[in-house]
Design a protein around this ligand. Structure first.
Ligand SMILES: [Zn+2]
Ligand SMILES: [Zn+2]
Length: 527
């Protein structure tokens, strides 16, 4: 669910931009290299690619199920990514940002292999956790050098490793410190977490990053003398944004089209990530692009969220803490999850997922506010006006207020979107439906129709216009619901974002039959 929210955010934001008529591509992919996959593959006795093929397929199916429509969801095993990464690193090498150094690494004599990162486990020197991995202690979170581990052991055979020297290639990250510091200081859009973290990192001074590994699973390092070494996963996965764009362009038959998105200075390069990925998007990725000397468009915004906790605890597959996005569909339809995940999107502090909150977001917001407003309004039009939009009569101040609210709605929601406050943007749409419900409750068309047909006509005229506006504004978040509303309103033809601020439903237009948009849910019994 943690990673999923970023894919969802990107989908929502891209849909919003498209509705505004912007030219957008939304791309990302599975990062498939790294030691965890290799460890699992060796333990199971299968090629790593067999595992990542299955994982990639599973993610693609989930994206489909949740209506997440990226222009390209690729993978780092893609030949385009491998080719691009090697070409980029050849340039970075030629430009003088890569150098070699001998490093001492744990080595397993029995398996005859070096044990970088997660190939070695042992006791954390900081907190005493006995299952600490070579690159990081899961218990205290500290980043480790594999040689710091107390009582280290090979994850494959359990033997104590020896120490052996190996030549490795390093990326000269400190050379980019001054440029990055300026970029971060000048970028006022960055969320506070990204900004503070990066400034602290930059002010402390950057260290060269180790660029190669003795692993077989990965992209072969293209440097002279580096045969048998691969590029460290964290220094190639981020390049996938560019390679995914190249692949998209090749697939769409316009092989150069990706350049518009990476070299045209008008382009805004936006990322949706969790706070644990800040250094790779704010520091490493831009440095690699700068190191090519090719004037790439650098990240314009890195919308980094905090974490989602589950009942106050960190999600953990091994400890069975959390909801898994593949199982979630058994509890409620995808649209409900899209709604709840954005409604709790942790934009300023960690969010806590509880089943009780899930139930309340669905039942008392989605169903009771949004669903109820749309359903009531359209049912009244069905029943009192033979499904035809009535002609408005004289307006009073309440009608005027609702009209103003409709007219200002796209710019109000847009402002929140433009500040990457997706959660508040969604909240604002729910508030519009709430205002609609209030308007109906004050007017009581079910009574009014018996005494004042003209006023009932005006009321339902404006309420239906609001239904239409909500249908447009909600579409980046809930595309199926938006389509459902359009069908019920019997609308055809394209509508853009700003059309939500117009009263476009003509009196006399025949709508379809009202059907409920949502139903209430009850949470799984065990919670
Ligand atoms: Zn520790
Ligand atoms: Zn071993």
């Amino acid at each position: 669910m943690g990673t999923f929210i970023h894919l969802l955010s990107a989908d929502v934001y891209a849909r919003y931009l498209r509705l505004k008529g912007e030219e957008v591509i939304a791309v990302t992919g599975s990062d498939e290299h790294g030691t965890p996959i290799e460890v699992e593959a060796i333990k199971k006795g299968v090629p790593p690619k067999q595992l990542t093929d299955a994982i990639h397929k599973q993610i693609c199916d989930l994206l489909e199920a949740y209506n997440i429509r990226l222009d390209n969801y690729t993978r780092t095993e893609s030949p385009v990514h491998i080719r691009y990464t090697q070409e980029l690193y050849r340039k970075v090498y030629e430009n003088g940002y890569v150098y070699t150094q001998n490093v001492s690494l744990p080595y397993c004599e029995k398996d005859q292999r070096f044990l970088p990162d997660r190939f070695v486990e042992g006791t954390c020197p900081h907190c005493g956790y006995e299952q600490a991995r070579g690159d990081q202690c899961e218990s205290c979170g500290r980043v480790l050098d594999p040689l710091e581990l107390i009582r280290p052991r090979c994850v494959f055979c359990g033997a104590a490793p020896t120490v052996k020297s190996s030549t490795h290639w390093f990326f000269d990250l400190p050379k980019f410190r001054d440029k990055l510091l300026l970029l971060v200081q000048e970028n006022k859009r960055l969320p506070e977490n990204a900004r503070n973290f990066s400034l602290k990192w930059l002010e402390e001074g950057l260290k060269p990053r180790s660029l190669t590994r003795d692993n077989k699973w990965g992209i072969p390092a293209p440097f002279p003398g580096a045969e048998g070494k691969t590029i460290y996963v964290w220094l190639e996965a981020v390049l996938g944004y560019v390679s995914a764009s190249i692949e998209w362009a090749e697939k769409s038959g316009k092989p150069d089209a990706w350049k518009d998105f990476w070299f045209d200075k008008q382009t805004r390069n936006v990322h949706f990530i969790g706070k644990d990925n800040i250094p790779f998007h704010v520091i490493i990725f831009p440095s690699l692009l700068l190191a090519t000397h090719e004037d790439y468009v650098l990240p314009w915004q890195v919308s980094s969220t905090e974490f989602i906790l589950f009942n106050g605890q960190k999600f953990s597959k091994s400890k069975k803490v959390g909801v898994w996005i593949d199982e979630a569909l058994k509890v409620a339809p995808a649209e409900y999850w899209r709604y709840v995940l954005i409604a709790i999107r942790p934009e300023t502090r960690d969010a806590n997922f509880t089943w009780r909150d899930f139930e309340s977001h669905v039942n008392s917001e989605l169903n009771d506010v949004l669903g109820n407003f749309v359903h009531r309004t359209l049912t009244f039009v069905n029943n009192y006006f033979d499904s035809k939009i009535p002609e408005p009569q004289e307006l009073d101040s309440k009608d005027e207020a609702l009209k103003n609210r409709i007219e200002s709605s796209p710019s109000k929601v847009s402002q929140l979107f433009d500040q990457f406050q997706l959660r508040s943007a969604l909240g604002e749409i729910i508030e519009l439906a709430r205002a609609g419900n209030q308007y109906l409750s004050e007017r009581e068309p079910w009574h009014l129709v018996k005494t004042d047909r003209a006023k009932t006509a005006t009321t339902l005229y404006f309420a239906t216009q609001l239904v239409r506006s909500i249908g447009i504004l909600i579409s980046p978040f809930l595309p199926e619901t938006a389509q459902h509303i359009r069908t019920q309103l019997n609308l055809t033809g394209e509508e853009g974002w700003w059309d939500a601020g117009t009263l476009a439903l003509k009196a006399g237009h025949a709508i379809g039959k009202a059907t409920p948009l949502f139903h209430k849910v009850s949470v799984p019994a065990k919670s």
